[in-house]
Design a binder for this molecule. Structure first.
Ligand code: DX5
Ligand code: ZN
Length: 232
């Protein structure tokens, strides 16, 4: 797959109707989602529980774009094969999840997926510097992970430092948490290209009223593009 750094919107289905994931995924994709972001939580690395590989495999049947799976679990390595079998396109592990993140990223790639590494708000950009040749994506958390709908933490400086570190490497910078029309310009200007948004995409809509999802996605995209000087 060729690498392209352009603004992408990745709705997080953490804000979808949990009893209707298939239709929710199809609705956000019909309404312009570039990727579908899937938040896996274990009640241990983060204080919340969501779903595991069988649910992710069921989502796979509905995703036609890119299934971007964000693991907020520790340990990661024992579960990599199961998420590969479930059909993840991108598998992201936290740098804080264990002592052997380099091995984890290699194992994710060896499993046929693209490898992402996520950083909590309290972790400096430098923590991923030695990993940039074994990663396809760096996810900068703009909230403390665990829940949707939290307030954005400004990580503009961290994103700018990462963007400089990455240079010409084919590595996406993703931001996750509290992204909406107001915060998207700050992270896009700093160099983020993949914007995850849960509550700001799903608010005001439903599978029966999906046009609101489309308006929300386009509003975030336009705000990000205008901040980077590109036209919507
Ligand atoms: C937070 C998750 C996010 C979350 C974002 O732990 O990783 O992906 O769904 O939700 P919002 O956009 O509502 O902050
Ligand atoms: Zn996430």
């Amino acid at each position: 797959m060729t690498f392209e750094r352009k603004i992408r919107i990745a709705p997080s289905i953490l804000s979808a109707d949990f009893a209707d994931f298939g239709r929710e995924i199809r609705a956000v994709e019909d309404q312009g989602a570039d990727w579908v972001h899937v938040d896996v939580m274990d009640g241990h690395f983060v204080p919340n529980l969501t779903f595991g590989p069988p649910a992710v495999a069921a989502f796979r049947r509905h995703v036609t774009t890119v299934m971007d799976v964000h693991l907020m679990i520790a340990p990661v390595d024992p579960h990599i094969a199961a998420f590969a079998a479930a059909g993840a396109d991108i598998l992201t592990a936290h740098v804080e999840a264990g002592p052997h993140i380099h091995r984890t990223l290699q194992a994710i790639r060896a499993g046929g997926m693209r490898a992402g590494v996520a950083l909590n708000p309290g972790t400096p950009a430098e923590a991923v510097e030695p990993l940039l040749d074994v990663a396809d994506l760096v996810c900068v958390m703009t909230v403390n992970p665990g829940f949707g709908g939290q307030q954005f933490i400004d990580t503009g400086d961290k994103v700018r430092r990462l963007r400089a570190m990455i240079g010409g490497r084919p590595v996406h910078i993703q931001v996750d948490g509290g992204i909406d029309e107001a915060t998207a310009p700050l992270v896009a200007r700093a160099g983020a290209d993949v914007l995850v948004a849960g509550s700001a995409v799903f608010r005001g809509g439903s599978v029966d009223e999906p046009a609101a999802y489309g308006r929300n996605i386009e509003a975030i995209r336009r705000a990000a593009l205008s901040a980077t000087g590109a036209m919507a």
